[in-house]
Design a protein around this ligand. Structure first.
Ligand SMILES: [Fe+2]
Length: 205
């Protein structure tokens, strides 16, 4: 079975402003038969490269409506998820840089002014070209990733009868006003949350 690639993004870009993902950890139980490599770029590097090119790019991408995820409307016409406008780059109260981004163009409404378009084109150029700041690798079984939700993509992969890609993912969110020490939570990958989307059970400590 072949599963298609996922292009550059940070996790949770479609989430509400107070439910952004500030840390993303992965653990590989089993890797696919082939494929599934990741590319990673620290979003602080992306910020610096953009700022060096033109500081106004940063101002454009920090605008409160730089990027809007359209509302999701159910078949019955009810709003399953409201429209989510927000900045691409934001500074958390802790002083850390947060990035909310997807390189996809469908189902995203970008600020439609010349400077924003130029800034986005520059960011795409940074991500789509060779760079010493882009790390490429394939996480093998038993390996993992601890990150503050850096920019990443994932190549397509193929499973076979004995190699079925199986990852644990832990995504951590904190309210804007929570102290930084509460970002990280205790997580038990052997237990999962209830509901359609099952995730490792995490407890704030
Ligand atoms: Fe992701």
């Amino acid at each position: 079975m072949f599963v298609v690639a996922i292009n550059w993004h940070t996790d949770g870009y479609h989430n509400a402003a107070n439910r952004q993902i500030h840390a993303l950890n992965l653990h590989v139980v089993m890797q696919a038969a082939s494929g599934g490599e990741n590319q990673l770029m620290d979003h602080e590097i992306a910020y610096i490269l953009l700022r060096e090119k033109n500081p106004d790019y940063i101002r454009a991408l920090m605008a409160p409506k730089a990027m809007t995820i359209p509302a999701r409307i159910d078949e019955g016409g009810t709003v399953a998820r409201p429209e989510e406008p927000g900045a691409v780059f934001a500074i958390m109260p802790s002083g850390d840089l947060h990035m909310r981004y997807t390189i996809r163009v469908n189902n995203v409404i970008w600020a439609d002014d010349p400077l924003s378009r130029e800034a986005l084109a520059c960011l795409q150029e940074i991500l789509n070209n060779p760079s010493p700041y882009i790390y490429r690798g394939r996480l093998e079984s038993g390996m993992g990733l601890v990150s503050n939700n850096v920019l990443h993509d994932r190549a397509g992969f193929t499973d076979d009868a004995t190699h079925k890609r199986h990852y644990y993912r832990a995504r951590y969110s904190t309210a804007w006003k929570a102290p930084a020490s509460r970002i990280f939570t205790r997580c038990d990958p052997s237990q999962t949350t209830r509901g359609a989307t099952r995730r490792p059970l995490c407890v704030t400590t």
